[in-house]
Design a protein around this ligand. Structure first.
Ligand code: NAD
Length: 423
């Protein structure tokens, strides 16, 4: 069966993004005349990635790199390996990167890439060939001054190492700054792997404090127990919150007393999923959304909080670890019901923030300690959530709309000041 299909029928992430932009437009004053620039990607590349499999057969995969907006600096954004990747999804993810880098005031634009593949079905050698061929195919777009990839769902520091090496082979010299999220001994940054989960925790703590929710003793449900979800769960657990429900691609587990998160992390490392974890009740996947919880952390994929799930959700606080987990209509319901949603564009920006630190360190060839990284990360994240919180109060809008207002103002001001070439 051919896997050639530019638009996955189940994916409407780009429509979600457009709806979010439309909500911000009325708040932008004169800058509104430039808003069209945010409603289309600057450039999108679709590539065919053929590789020789271990059994000698040849398979073709479809890959993408999209640069959504470069008004404030080089493109920045992850690379996703997942069977549902399509152009629509990568466009939306690249646009959310534009917003995210602007909310954090990082000197980047937004980009994203991906390959439609289930990486778990490939051997390590096949995964390496896929990554090296994909990097070669998109090498005309990426570079430390143009577009800097990083890990996302289904990719990891090893894959970033192969991307860096392949790009360096093409250039004829080592270019560590072409990707972030690399292994530390290859120019990676300390604290990068755990940065996104840490950012979810740091912004979550601030939001909980502002709404008067005591984190110690609170009940937390986490969807996705990968890089982001497991670290966020770990830090909340360290702050004495109870992680009562966890869902991943292998199923949903529940324990009203809270899980031993370290033991669960070890189990997931050994078994590639939460299924089979001792001291847990297995519940239906749909029942996850009805669990008695104070805090929900969606940290898997987009389009998870539907209208129906939003209507019944018991959480007081939603921390969007994943990108685009909430449908716009569900967002409205959550606002009406008084549920505080810390939106993805700030909540999960810890990763791109430390990616920025990694890029700076690579440029300077001078590396910081983990304490310095975490201290600077916390400072930027707290500053950003406070700015967003104050804007929301000021404009009487949701945190998401406030984050978009701040970001769009910064991006469109840059657009205005740079002017439209050739004038
Ligand atoms: P990951 O691959 O490490 O983990 C993904 C998790 O989601 C796994 O536990 C997997 O089992 C689970 N999952 C997959 N399909 C699922 C399904 N249908 N139902 C329930 N769970 C499912 O990925 P990650 O890096 O942790 O990324 C998770 C989310 O966070 C994504 O939306 C990603 O875009 C976003 N994000 C990641 C980073 C980062 O630095 N890694 C930064 C910003 C945003």
């Amino acid at each position: 069966m051919s896997n050639l299909s530019y638009a996955n029928e189940h994916s409407d992430a780009w429509q979600t993004y457009l709806a979010q932009i439309d909500r911000v437009a009325p708040h932008l004053g004169d800058l509104k005349q430039y808003i069209e620039t945010l409603k289309r990607p600057k450039r999108a590349l679709i590539v065919d990635v053929p590789i020789v499999m271990d059994d000698g057969s040849i398979r073709h995969f479809e890959g993408y790199r999209v640069q959504h907006n470069l008004s404030r600096g080089p493109g920045k954004g992850g690379v996703r390996y997942h069977p549902n990747v399509d152009l629509n999804e990568v466009m939306a993810l690249s646009a959310w990167m534009t917003i995210k880098t602007a909310v954090l005031n990082l000197p980047f634009g937004g980009a994203k890439g991906g390959i439609r593949v289930d990486p778990r079905q490939l051997s390590p050698r096949e995964l390496e060939r896929l990554t090296r061929r994909f990097t070669t195919e998109i090498s005309s777009l990426i570079g430390p001054q143009t577009d800097i990839p990083a890990p996302d769902v289904g990719t990891n520091p090893n894959i970033m190492g192969w991307m860096m090496d392949t790009y360096s082979m093409i250039q004829g010299h080592t270019v560590t700054g072409v990707v972030t999220g690399k292994p530390v001994h290859l120019g990676g940054s300390l604290g990068r792997v755990r940065a996104t989960g840490r950012g979810v925790f740091v912004t979550g703590l601030q939001a909980a404090q502002k709404i008067g929710l005591e984190v110690a003793g609170s009940k937390v449900a986490v969807q996705g127990f990968g890089n982001v979800g497991s670290e966020a769960a770990y830090l909340f657990n360290e702050a004495n919150a109870k992680i009562v429900a966890v869902q991943d691609h292998t199923g949903t587990i529940f324990n009203a007393e809270g899980f031993d998160v370290k033991a669960l992390q070890k189990h997931v490392e050994e078994h590639q999923g939460v299924a089979g974890f001792a001291d847990a009740q297995v519940i239906d996947n749909e029942a996850f959304w009805d669990v008695d919880m104070d805090i929900l952390i969606p940290a898997a994929l987009e389009a998870q909080i539907t209208l129906e799930r939003a209507q019944n959700l018991k959480a007081k606080l939603v921390l969007e670890g994943a990108n685009g987990p909430t449908y716009p209509k569900a967002d409205d319901v959550l606002v009406e019901r008084g549920v505080t949603v810390v939106p993805d564009v700030i909540c999960n920006a810890g990763g791109v923030t430390v990616s920025y630190f990694e890029w700076v360190q690579d440029m300077a060839s001078y590396f910081w300690t983990e304490e310095e990284i975490n201290e600077r990360l916390d400072k930027l994240m707290i500053q950003a959530i406070n700015d967003v919180w104050n804007t929301a109060k000021d404009k009487e809008c949701s945190l998401r709309t406030a984050a978009y207002i701040l970001a769009c103002e910064r991006i469109l001001k840059a657009r205005k000041e740079r002017g439209i070439f050739p004038g």
